[in-house]
Design a protein around this ligand. Structure first.
Ligand code: TXA
Ligand code: MG
Length: 314
């Protein structure tokens, strides 16, 4: 169901009242609130049960609206021109006089910013005079939502509204690049890093599994369906859900296909949909066949690997 003008008006009304609402982006749905308001931002942490020291991404319409709050640099400008709006998040320095709530960054001077491509999100931002802080709209450590009903499943009546923008077209979270020093990759995501290397004309530093975890996306307990998950499996055990990258002739009830023809973009789009479907069917475990480790396959394998380390409900 696509959102109409009246739905956007309704979303604005709740946001202006400092409430949190679900919003569609091209990557995953976000739990959004006014990034300039302390009370609105605090609500995000409470609803998500997210530790206060885990900073949020702030979403802007364009570079002009961002300049009021952040310092920009050449690398940012190159990447912005090529990939934004789109599934990429930049870590930048906050300006001293920025209006961003201190709770967004846990009082730190670096901030994560993104320019979403989803048309409804863009129209919403055009109607607001503040940017939106929005983590993925799931309870902390759980599966990210990729359609409006997933957000309702996560938060029920604890949130007043979800702006419906259909299924997310990318289906995995944004790629996060730290640009406050030498460019480094903090999270694999919707944009393949080889494309980023090409624009920057060098290989960026890969920092997705540091000893000291900078982002929750680097945690080994993230993106979990809440049951054991094994990777690189040729044959599943009985009564186990089996995820395959490419459609086969076998049509067993426990077989779940990520794509028709081995297409990694399509597979990324279906990943969380598929995991959530399995989670809701009460399987005891999940087996996944080998996924090619190239392009968006790297992002899929990253999420599966972290989900596979999960033991019990966190
Ligand atoms: O695609 C996305 O990025 C989605 C949509 C809604 O925009 N958002 C998202 O947010 O994935 P979240 O909060 O689920 O993941 C953001 C990650 C977290 O791991 C957080 O720790 C990290 O970004 N992060 C946020 N601010 C940061 C900062 N200043 N420095 C380093 N990491 C940061
Ligand atoms: Mg998240």
């Amino acid at each position: 169901m696509k959102s109409s003008q009246s739905n956007i008006k309704k979303a604005k009304k709740y946001l202006d009242e400092n409430c949190c609402i679900g919003v569609p982006t091209e990557t995953v749905y976000g739990l959004a609130a006014n990034a300039y308001s302390d009370s609105a931002v605090k609500k995000i942490f409470n609803l998500k049960k997210r530790p206060k020291n885990n900073p949020l991404i702030v979403h802007y319409l364009d570079i002009d609206s961002l300049k009021k709050d952040c310092l920009i640099n050449d690398n940012f400008f190159k990447l912005y021109k090529k990939f934004s709006p789109g599934p990429i998040t930049y870590i930048l320095w906050l300006k001293k006089n920025s209006k961003i709530s201190k709770f967004v960054t846990n009082k730190k001077k670096k901030i994560a910013v993104r320019f979403p491509e989803h048309n409804i999100f863009k129209i919403l931002l055009k109607n607001l005079d503040y940017p939106l802080a929005a983590p993925s709209a799931n309870i902390y450590n759980g599966l990210s939502p990729v359609q409006a009903s997933d957000v309702k499943e996560e938060f029920g009546s604890n949130i007043k509204y979800v702006l419906d923008g259909g299924k997310c077209s990318v289906g995995v979270e944004s790629t996060i690049i730290d640009l406050t020093n030498k460019p480094s990759l903090l999270r694999l995501g919707g944009i393949d890093i080889s494309k980023i290397n090409r624009v920057l004309r060098k290989k960026i530093i890969i920092n997705i599994n540091p000893k000291y975890k900078i982002t929750s996306g680097q945690s080994n307990f993230h993106y979990s369906p809440g049951i054991p998950l094994k990777m690189n499996i040729k044959k599943p055990e009985q009564d186990e859900a089996f995820i395959l990258i490419k459609k086969r002739k076998i049509n067993s009830n426990n077989y779940y296909y990520l794509s028709k023809k081995n297409n990694l973009g399509e597979a990324a789009k279906n990943l969380y949909l598929c995991l959530r479907k399995i989670k809701n069917k009460n399987y005891k475990s999940i087996a996944v066949e080998k996924i090619p480790n190239k392009g968006l396959g790297k992002t899929i394998n990253d999420r599966l690997k972290r989900a596979s380390k999960f033991i019990g409900i966190a």
